[in-house]
Design a protein around this ligand. Sequence first.
Ligand SMILES: [Zn+2]
Length: 351
Amino acid sequence: MSSFPNTEETMTLIKELVTIPSPSGYTKDAIQFIEQRLEISNVETKRNRKGGLIATLPGKNTSKHRFLTAHVDTLGAIVKEIKTDGRLKIQVIGGFPLNYVEGEYCTIHTVSGKKYTGTILMHQTAVHVYRKAGELKRDTENMEVRIDEVVKSEEETRKLGIEIGDFISFDPRVEKTESGFIKSRHLDDKASAAILIKVIEKLAADQTELPYTTHFLFSNNEEIGYGGNSNIPPEVVEYLAVDMGAIGDGQRTDEFTVSICVKDASGPYHYGLRNHLTEIAKANEIEFKLDIYPYYQSDASAAIHAGHDIIHGLIGPGIDASHAFERTHESSLKHTENLVYHYVQSEMTEE
Ligand SMILES: [Zn+2]
């Protein structure tokens, strides 16, 4: 028997997930991957119309349900315009400054299913030509995609099948280090998606009976604000979003513990649920940090905003340099996975 959580396995799964391109609006492949994976464990799943996936584990109490979510959509871009020199102007999907993707390798996904690679560059990159290359603003006006094909005109690019509206994904450049880190784009929130999958598989393998019927939504529109705000059955009492913890000056969140969010830009999370989560952590040697994320909203707050009468919470692994060159440590993954595992087996706070 392998121990649980097995962070080696979780990291392998994260690696697989971040390698599947899934910018918001183009998440079919990531969702299908999870669907097929859960099928092996005989877990009942269904898709919602938005394209997310809901896995349900039946529990002893069927009148009160739990709902957990992690999102598989990521930041990305879309073709806005084909320039006269054949390069691409883009718009971004999700929130990030463009310098976070300067120099990044990317893939353009055409409607017919063709894939072309390219690089996101400042138009004025060559220092031998542009004296102010370093000073110019990193924005969608100045930045473009250089396609790795012999194209010199708009017509030649169009001939490849590239069109306005084609999705662009970023190379995740995923790497595991000897020191236990995993660095990659899109750890937000594929690290948490992997954690939910591993917990579901563990519960299914052990045939653990949960105290309450529990739904796991792999949402696919979080980065644009509305992934987890629907398909919440009326029986759902508790809704826990599992999404990255934000690290920076003044933050307690780190790459080694599970972050329990007390408040983000949407306001405080449910006090009782937050305290319940810290109790579980304390009782199970789970290292955690309570924290406030100043510029952050989650699928749980989206559900509240959509009018659902639920108790909502937010936890997740601490992710350094979020929405940019992300990194976390196996230790944070372990504590987050453990907290999710114990939480779904706990009694509800508000009876
Ligand atoms: Zn996220």
